[in-house]
Design a protein around this ligand. Structure first.
Ligand code: ARG
Length: 582
């Protein structure tokens, strides 16, 4: 039968359904004995369970034998063997492997099967407030950007939004601090209605407004009350405060977006909580009309508890008696705007795990609105970036480290390791290496666990690091640059590492799918490290430029070129920029 390797799982599923009447999903795993198989199946165990209570009752081993003998009739299988107590090891034919590699090589999607039903997805990540970003923001940016690229690679329609925290009490604190420092600004003079282009304040002063203002509010109750009053006046649309806030927050956003760009995070939308404000009245109407909200002592609340809750899930406050609106309200109003503008199937929020309860409340509240029935709300939570002491990462003097300072520290460390590079290139290169170092250090742990950031380790060219991955690609590219011919039909799997490398390449698509399904880019990072390790072993054992046997040489060039093309694409999906040389 002429079929392609990638039909293996569906062929086995069809066989189980037709021959044994078992409807079951089939997936492959790596074969523990590489010389006996390129992949293995463990589906016989699950099939045995299904049959256990029927007259067809049998052993896993017997089912494995049936599967193996069925598969041996396929062209793409060289040999399938049942293995006690019920595994099936499958060795593909060389021809089939080459065909599959050729398909990856010529596929614009690099062998990533496109989603059966592409979704419209809003990806909410970054979420910085109006102050300089710190180390804690790094995870959302790296995870969010990797997910954005991964989801797009599957054919989904993705719109990213940074969702600035530019509303609420911090705005009042910032404006009040500004008034304290510069009471003569025309915005604070009620007789004026024309305002200058910009308040005379430097970016670093702006950066300092929130920390100082918030410290002042903690010490001085009167200041806190003023800040609260300013917040309410701003939210009610006071023209002078609105103008000033737009200018101050606008400047801060510009700086933030520059750092995002430096880190390779792309935002289609740069909206924020403030943009959601105009939709709040409609949210209140919607919840009232659905009978989902109640008035209690002037507050409008939504009870989102469920009988099965094991802990207390507090109600969502849509509005407070004093007229102020809250974080949850802006999030729900943002849902309303997103449904109106994009009609998404899913909204993903890449936000610190510590906000899990908030997103549970949002998800439940959104679920109460009939018009939003088909909308899926998903919190993609993550743990903290810690220092070597296991506590959230701080500077030497115990303060939260601004993200730009961290980038500088890492780039300087990377620069020190680049002693052979001409100074002109070194700066750009060290910044590329630094971002890849941080990105991979960050993305290689499961998002829900925190991790300790060790800068020295992260910039090392050895171990599970970003620079190691970049170097693996750059070195291989350099070797292949002088070669033109990359015809996969020339491949002969004369040494085991070639087959192993080939199998890694063919697993790429499924690694991307698993990463997307669990919103877990670390799975793609794992794949990348395995592929790079195989590629480097191949590099060490199969010389290319010095090989005199032209047949072997073409074979190696072809395999190396598909491998490096696939690995490079994996790194791009993770968000990396790949230097031309290193
Ligand atoms: N600005 C928020 C914070 O610093 C994070 C925003 C996350 N996104 C969202 N849609 N709530 O806590």
């Amino acid at each position: 039968m002429h079929k392609h390797i990638c039909s293996l799982t569906s062929d086995v599923a069809a066989y189980l359904a037709e021959d044994l009447g078992v409807e079951i999903s089939v997936s492959t795993m790596a074969c523990p004995l590489p010389e006996q198989g390129d992949v293995a199946l463990n589906v016989a165990f699950a099939a045995e369970k299904v049959l256990r209570t029927t007259p067809m009752r049998t052993t896993p081993m017997r089912i494995a034998e049936k599967i193996a003998s069925h598969l041996n009739a396929f062209d793409y299988v060289a040999v399938a063997t049942a293995c006690y107590p019920g595994f099936v090891n499958i060795l593909f034919s060389d021809e089939a492997l080459k065909l599959a590699l050729g398909a990856v090589q010529s596929d614009p999607n690099h062998g990533i099967a496109q989603a059966d039903s592409p979704e419209t997805i809003i990806l909410d990540f970054g979420g910085p407030n109006i102050k300089p970003m710190h180390v804690g923001h790094m995870r959302s940016l790296f995870l969010g950007e990797a997910l954005r690229r991964i989801l797009i690679s599957l054919g989904h329609r993705v719109t990213s939004d940074i969702h600035f925290g530019d509303w609420g009490m911090p705005s009042g604190i910032i404006l009040e601090e500004l008034k304290h420092r510069m009471p003569d600004l025309p915005w604070f003079d009620s007789k004026q209605s024309e305002y200058p282009e910009y308040p005379p304040i430097s970016p670093s002063e702006i950066a300092d407004l929130y920390p100082s203002g918030s410290a002042a509010c903690k010490e001085d109750l009167a200041r806190k009350m003023q800040a609260k009053e300013t917040t309410v006046r701003l939210q009610e649309g006071d023209p002078a405060l609105t103008d000033l806030w737009e200018k101050v927050s606008g400047a801060c956003k510009k700086d933030i977006l520059q750092v995002c760009e430096q880190l390779g995070a792309h935002f289609d939308l740069t909206l924020g909580e403030a943009d959601a404000h105009k939709d709040i009245p409609e949210v209140l109407e919607l919840f009232a009309a659905a009978g989902a909200s109640t008035e209690e002592e002037g507050d409008t609340i939504v009870d989102v508890r469920l009988p099965e809750d094991k802990y207390d899930v507090p109600p969502v406050f849509l509005s407070k008696e004093d007229g102020s609106t809250l974080y949850a309200t802006t999030d729900i109003a943002t849902v309303l705007a997103r449904v109106r503008d994009f009609n998404p199937d899913r909204i993903l929020y890449v936000v610190d795990e510590r906000q899990a309860l908030h997103f549970l409340q949002i998800k439940r509240a959104v679920g109460m609105i009939p018009a939003w029935d088909n909308l899926v709300i998903e919190h993609v939570g993550f743990g903290t970036v810690n220092g070597s002491d296991g506590k959230p990462f701080k500077t030497r003097d115990g303060n939260v480290m601004p993200l730009t300072s961290l980038l500088d520290v890492v780039a300087t460390t990377a620069l020190e390791r680049l002693n052979d590079t001409p100074p002109d290139d070194a700066e750009e290169l060290s910044s590329m290496i630094a971002t890849a170092a941080l990105r991979i250090a960050d993305l290689s742990t499961h998002r829900q666990s925190g991790y300790s950031l060790d800068v020295d380790k992260a910039v090392s060219f050895e171990g599970r690091t970003g620079p190691y991955l970049l170097y693996s690609v750059v070195r291989m590219r350099k070797l292949l640059d002088q070669q033109t011919d990359a015809d996969v039909s020339a491949i002969c799997f004369d040494v085991p590492i070639m087959r192993e490398l080939c199998n890694h390449i063919l697993n790429f698509g499924s690694a991307v799918h698993s990463s997307a399904a669990a919103s877990a880019p670390h799975l793609l990072v794992n794949w990348s490290f395995e592929c790079a390790a195989a590629l480097n072993r191949f590099y060490a054992t199969c010389p290319v430029s010095t090989e005199t046997d032209t047949r072997l040489k073409s074979s190696r060039i072809a395999l190396a070129s598909v491998a490096v093309q696939t690995l490079e694409h994996a790194l791009v999906l993770l968000g990396c920029q790949i230097p031309k040389k290193m």
